[in-house]
Design a protein around this ligand. Structure first.
Ligand SMILES: O=P(O)(O)O[C@H]1O[C@H](CO)[C@@H](O)[C@H]1O
Ligand SMILES: Nc1nc2[nH]cnc2c(=O)[nH]1
Length: 275
């Protein structure tokens, strides 16, 4: 296993800042780092033993900087199981963030909408998850310093942060929907019959990431918010073919709205932390 403590300490020393929040930016959503001030990039390839990012729309680096006045670190590119990584490596950034002393995590992703009240381009908050990948990143010896062997999973996101963001958006006349995200291993998209069965299981969105990250973040008690950009309706709903190019294009199209919601998520966080 990587020595997260050693890597985290040397990154913080070299960069000269201690982030308070970490962001994981999903497919096509990496543009948020353009808003970072005084930023420094660290490529995953510069970190010995760290996995490499291979997906289009995921550039494979950490960006450190000030974001809405908060010292932050963002991942431009996450690790997916379908890339061939071990499940423990998929969540290695979470434990690295924890060792940097970070307690807040904002996860973002692109997903397919199963819930027919959603529409492409909409941003939905993840309220719960279904681990259909049946891989658990906590498999193997438990690192007691991070968390317990059998973590409770009754709420994988921070309900206070979510409620405050919902209230904030509501004040501005916007509704923030909440839904259940189901994880498939990918990399193929789903068949229409699979989507019908996921709907029956209670899923609102489908994607190939996020669930392992939420399990690991919950394990080490990070307070997490997860925002999903519904880039397309899931297979079979609109009778159109799915492509990753379209996913990235839609994520780019909603840039302003996404940036606005993330900005408000950080504003309410500052209010919560100041109280
Ligand atoms: O979840 P993110 O990384 O945003 O990416 C989503 O988009 C890709 C498929 O288009 C898959 O990797 C899926 O998980
Ligand atoms: N599995 C899956 N991942 C996605 N990422 C973006 N859209 C989709 C989708 O429809 N299915």
């Amino acid at each position: 296993m990587l020595n997260y403590f050693q890597i985290a300490s040397s990154m913080i020393r070299d960069i000269g800042m201690k982030p308070k929040i970490a962001l994981i930016l999903g497919s096509g959503l990496g543009y948020l780092t353009c808003e970072f001030q005084n930023s420094t990039a660290v490529y995953y390839s510069q970190i010995p033993g760290f996995p490499a990012s291979t997906v289009q729309g995921h550039s494979g680096r950490f960006i450190f900087g000030n974001f809405h006045g908060i010292p932050s670190v963002a991942m431009e590119g996450r690790f997916h199981f379908y890339e061939g990584h071990e499940i423990r490596d998929v969540v290695s950034p979470i434990y690295l963030f924890k060792e940097m002393g970070i307690e807040r995590l904002l996860i973002t992703n692109a997903s397919g909408g199963i819930n027919k009240t959603y529409s492409p381009g909409e941003i939905v908050a993840i309220r719960d998850i279904i681990n259909l990948g049946f891989r658990n990143p906590l498999r193997g010896p438990n690192e007691e310093k991070f968390g317990v062997r059998f973590p409770d999973m009754s709420s994988v996101v921070d309900l206070e942060w979510l409620a405050r963001l919902r209230e904030r958006l509501c004040r501005d006349g916007h509704e923030l929907k909440e839904g259940t995200y189901i994880w498939t291993l990918g990399p193929s998209y789903e068949s229409p019959s699979e989507i019908k069965s996921f709907e029956f299981l209670g899923a609102d969105m489908v994607g190939m990431s996020t669930v392992p990250e939420l399990i690991a973040a919950n394990h080490c008690r990070m307070k997490t918010l997860a925002l999903s950009c519904v880039t397309n309706m899931a297979s079979g709903i609109l009778k159109e073919k799915l492509s990753h190019d379209d996913v990235v294009r839609t994520a780019n199209r909603i840039r302003h709205r996404f940036s606005d919601i993330v900005g408000k998520a950080l504003e309410v966080l500052k209010e919560i932390d100041d109280e």
